[in-house]
Design a protein around this ligand. Structure first.
Ligand SMILES: [Zn+2]
Length: 602
């Protein structure tokens, strides 16, 4: 009763403040605020919370947002032990969520030789040669990120622009070499790797894959989609023969490298499209120790039987203080990629008559998986690039929703949703299917889309962000790391400009997003898609304190200055997970050089 009396004036204050104008106050009012752990002052904060869209300062306590307001108001939260950071006008957003990536592959890629920036095949051969010189006998050389479309000259000799294997075999006769294509849908292997994989000139093409051959029918080393599986299997056999302690150390290093890479680029939560049950068990042990990044994992298990038996056991929500959750099944692939002519289309490619691409995981298998996911209350997140693959998946989801209406509440997704037949565009909003797209793929792919698909399909159906948003669909953003660099800044720039070739060209710019739509894709929409908008996606009192501090205002900067914006701080759960060198000396208006690594194909 006593406390009730004490609180009455709080309610009355707004109406009858004059009662206290004579200086009378009630003992203990206002009650002292609990001091914050961290206070950020003098910022331009965009919250994405419609109740309080902007603020100047924020107070954080016990890993959550305590309050947002003016500097003057938020100073009330400063106590003896509060860490106070003056941001000098920097731009603050909810923490960016990587909407579609591959965490362990990103870590692996960071341990591999980088052939993505090589200007041509000769440079790649030189990079591999240097790696061979440092390798133990028989050790595999793994490279990442090559893309012939970006080379400044065609290799000589070549078959359809691809090199012949002799150059690689000459510099690495005993070390197997596996070079991953940037698309993630093909590899180049040397003779030693092909031998260990059991691939010869007479090996037939597997279902869902192609062994590229020269005019005489010799396997060249280029393996598309499932044709690469035996090489990955041979590499895995090599890894499994390493001493257990070495294997564990490699794995932990990959995880740490990947997480540090993410937080250094402003990613506070990461949606991981596909790890095995076994990896998730291992991750649980790793996350119990405390990790800087929040991880939302989808299960990638090929065995329908295993999924049927064990999926239920993997209901993980907010483990280790909201750092590890498991959402559903992903990223099984219904088709391949555009660059390798393996994305599955309704009509043939313009530059490959008669070829419509391929269905990779049989639609009947995907249907079985979808029913298991629906039965056990999980999401589906399936990869579809071509318009045929997207239509087949929408049909499949629609069927399953009829049988299991509750599945619609789980917000099923299509990963990439890259090329759509115009008739299928409104079906995303209609079915409540989320379009998990990656802006940066558009700017990377732009030079090859029209040659592959022709003007009409490119204009009516390629990377239809804006039309999807206008139709009411939820559109996400992410980078598919390690396919693209996880850095959200070039992705944000592409999302709002669709500019490529150093900004000199644009790809159907009518489909560009507004700045706010792009910010929302990266934050609130990604949180919604992982069923976490109750704790992430906006800066709202009570939500988890995940924020990014940027050197430029992404909503108002001239477009060309977006690429000069840098992450100054990444804050996860109220802890500074990353601080850029010299961040404390940054002052409003200071911009960096443009991203040196952002160099799209001409
Ligand atoms: Zn992916």
């Amino acid at each position: 009763m006593k406390s009730f009396r004490k609180w009455v004036p709080v309610i009355a204050l707004g109406f009858a403040g004059a009662c206290f104008a004579d200086g009378a106050s009630i003992a203990g009012f206002p009650p002292p605020l609990q001091p914050a752990d961290l206070v950020l002052l003098d910022a331009t904060i965009v919250t994405l919370d419609p109740l309080q869209p902007q603020a100047q300062a924020v107070a954080i306590r016990e890993g959550r947002i305590a309050a947002l307001g003016s500097d003057e108001a938020i100073r009330h939260y400063v106590g003896a032990k509060t860490q106070v950071v003056d941001l000098h006008g920097a731009f603050v957003t909810p923490g960016f969520i990587e909407g579609h990536g591959h965490l362990m592959d990103t870590g692996e890629a960071l341990m591999q030789v980088d052939v993505g920036k090589a200007a041509n095949w000769d440079e790649i051969v030189a990079i591999v040669k240097a790696a061979v010189a440092k390798a133990k006998p028989g050790e595999w050389i793994i490279g990442q990120g090559w893309q012939q479309a970006k080379w400044n000259k065609t290799p000589q000799p070549n078959v359809d622009g691809l090199p012949l294997p002799a150059s690689l075999d000459a510099i690495s006769p005993n070390n197997p070499v596996l070079l991953n294509h940037a698309s993630g849908h093909g590899i180049y292997a040397n003779a030693q790797a092909l031998k260990l994989a059991g691939i010869g000139d007479n090996t037939p093409d597997p279902a869902g894959g192609t062994i590229v051959r020269d005019a005489q029918g010799h396997a060249m080393g280029m393996l598309r989609d499932s044709a690469a599986d035996p090489v990955f299997a041979a590499y895995n056999r090599y890894l499994q023969k390493l001493p257990a302690s070495e294997q564990e150390a490699r794995r932990e290093r990959a995880l740490q490298l990947a997480m540090q890479n993410e937080v250094s680029k402003g990613i506070t939560s990461f949606v991981d499209q596909g790890e095995s049950f076994e990896t998730i068990d291992w991750m649980k042990r790793q996350f119990a120790k405390g990790q800087p990044l929040r991880l939302f994992v989808y299960i990638d298990e090929k065995s329908v039987d295993k999924l049927d038996k064990h999926l239920k056991e993997y209901r993980i929500d907010g483990y280790a203080d909201h750092h590890l959750s498991v959402l559903g099944l992903g990223e099984d692939v219904s088709d391949g990629a555009l660059g390798t002519h393996s994305a599955w289309f309704l009509e043939p490619y313009n530059d490959a008559p008669g070829i419509t691409g391929k269905n990779v995981t049989a639609m009947s298998d995907l249907a079985q998986m979808a029913r298991i996911a629906a039965r056990d209350g999980f999401q589906m997140a399936i990869h579809a690039i071509g318009d045929r693959a997207n239509r087949e998946l929408l049909d499949l989801y629609q069927n399953v929703f009829t049988q299991y209406p509750a599945a619609t509440a789980k917000r099923w997704r299509i990963e990439h949703a890259q090329h759509l037949n115009p008739a299928d565009v409104p079906r995303f909003a209609g079915l409540g299917v989320i379009a998990s797209m990656q802006s940066i793929h558009t700017c990377s792919d732009a030079p090859m889309v029209v040659p592959h698909l022709g003007e009409q399909r490119a204009q009516e159906g390629a990377y239809m962000w804006k039309t999807l948003i206008d139709s009411g669909a939820i559109v996400l953003d992410g980078t598919d790391t390690p396919v693209e660099d996880t850095n959200p800044i070039p992705n944000f720039y592409c999302g709002v400009t669709r500019a490529y070739a150093h900004g000199k060209k644009t790809f159907y710019p009518a489909q560009a997003k507004t700045r706010m739509q792009e910010l929302q894709s990266y934050t609130w929409n990604n949180a919604y898609a992982i069923l976490a908008e109750d704790r992430l996606g906006s800066l709202t009192p009570g939500k988890l304190a995940d924020l990014d501090v940027f050197s430029g205002n992404l909503l108002t900067l001239p477009a060309e200055d977006i690429l000069r914006t840098r992450v100054l701080y990444t804050i996860v759960g109220g802890k500074i997970a990353y601080r850029r060198d010299g961040a404390e000396h940054w002052r409003k208006g200071q911009l960096s050089e443009p991203m040196p690594e952002f160099d799209h194909a001409e």
